[in-house]
Design a binder for this molecule. Sequence first.
Ligand SMILES: [Mg+2]
Length: 267
Amino acid sequence: MNGEDWRSLLTDATKEVQNRVSKVVEQGEVSKVVEVGASGDTTLVADKEAENELFKALTPLDGLRIISEEAGNWGDPHAPLVAIVDPLDGSSNFERRIPFYCTSVAVAKGDSLAGISWALIRNLVNGDVYWAEKGKGSFKNGIRLTGSKRASLRDVVLDVDFSRGPPELVAKLARLVTSVKRQVHIGANALELCFVAEGCVDSFVDMRGRMRMTDFAAGYLIAREAGAEVTAWDGSPLELPVRLETKISFVASGSRRIHADVLDLCR
Ligand SMILES: [Mg+2]
């Protein structure tokens, strides 16, 4: 399949996810739990139904295996392509009715970050679609994304995920957090990486070592293809295996200049 085939397939599949998740809300099953997923988190009915919709579209494809937050590893481990899926990113927002959650799918050749070739994230509240193809750019609803235009930390909106991280991290990042215009964290990391691509968030820091590949893979490509820098906190490139158990720390910024300033204050 070429990029256009993937874009079309993932656009349709994630639209089905959006419909399905809306039904769960209508049926009053927002907090209903089904099981504990492969990630160890509790699985809501909405997580499972979202996954079922994506699996309906992906499992018939030849040469594709799947890594998914709820089901874990699916398919032939030697398949040439792997789909990395978070059916519902921001489940705790969903459950509390904070209107910010999404579905995230990346497709990689092989098992390295560099192999991620196509990615699509859909905001399940308003239907916004973020799409990227390696080497061909990032788009929101068809409009090209180009990262941040800000030049100074004083104007920066900084996203930091501290949740369930070590207390020392708050002290380590205190200077950074108090140097920017505003610090936010909204609770759906895949969508927050799209915000870096879009430039509405200028930089996103997650140094907890807890972020999963299923939350990260699609947003990584979307941010990179918009021109964002995505590295380790010391500025080194991320070279991580695309596996269910991989845990990630990163700094993503929508421009080189902001990235350098943020890394300075992360040290
Ligand atoms: Mg999830």
